[in-house]
Design a protein around this ligand. Sequence first.
Ligand code: SP5
Ligand code: ZN
Length: 353
Amino acid sequence: MANASRLPCLFHSDQLTFKPRYEWAFGEKIDHPETTARAEMILAAIEAAPDVYELRRPDELPEATLATLHDERLITMLKAARQLRRAYTFYPAVFMRGENIVPDATNIHHAGSFCFDSGTPLSRETWSAARWSASCAVSAAALVKAGDHPVAYALSRPPGHHATRSLFGGYCYLGNSALAAKHLAGERAKVAVIDIDVHHGNGTQGLFWNDPRVLTISLHGDPKTFFPFFTGFASEIGGADARGFNLNVPLEEKTDGQAYERALDLHVFPRVADFAPDFLVVAAGVDTYERDPMGDFNLTTEDLHRIGERIGALGYPTVVVQEGGYYTPHIGRNVTAVLTGLSTGSAHARAQR
Ligand code: SP5
Ligand code: ZN
């Protein structure tokens, strides 16, 4: 039976066609952490509770919407990769840039000019998967914006928060969370993004660097020693037109649930309350998990539930966009922990009004 209160979860099967097999991680060839199994495990957890979640297909995002945040040359390069031969994966290895360099976005050999790391390869399936992934985020945003649902979830994969206006990297090709925020902001709404992935959301930060209508907040491993290294410092507070509208909360290695909640209470929640957004986007990586192979935090599944609940209790209509999370055996339960926490917190906040 249709239940209007079920939490909509957006996903498209073409997101599973992109299968990077390995990455070059600081000179080492490792199995690629951003697997299709991640999405399949999350799907399985969602499908196991059909009275709680409702799986939906997103509407396909027009390219013009992508162009509101991304450089058209990045889009051209991702599309150029559609010409790669079957079962071949291209790893950018020449990262030419500078004065007299004129990158050709239609030439795959110039992909290094549109990319910032060696872990984010291209294949003929990348564009379709990335576009559907972004479509999930924007369709989830549309449901929340319409007021039909207090919370919606985009099972976005590949992830998005590292992608900048003109660069892919960090397993990300298009700024999914940013596109959701942009859609919610529309002409006049205020949107706060809280990025709980263990890595700094450098892409989201950069895309709204000069936009005071989107407050970007990220809690993450200290970039002094942790990916993406170049960004995520507390000193980054926003551009000239939006000073104070970016907040970075770098946290130390082995951060546990208690320390994480303290950071939320001390730095994040007061800033969000002061900003008074109309909508919230949660860039929900679960690579803060204690067993995550990429992260170095120590959160438990219960901590993730609690963090979701605390954020839900803020009472804002919320779009949750999947980011990282690489301990595949537990990714389903970790994602649903965040989602049930958010739903519980949000229901509680609404009952209080
Ligand atoms: C979306 C997202 O979570 N992207 C993260 C990209 C991180 N890539 C860094 C790769 C470094 C691999 N180092 C392996 C260390 C194993 N302990
Ligand atoms: Zn991450």
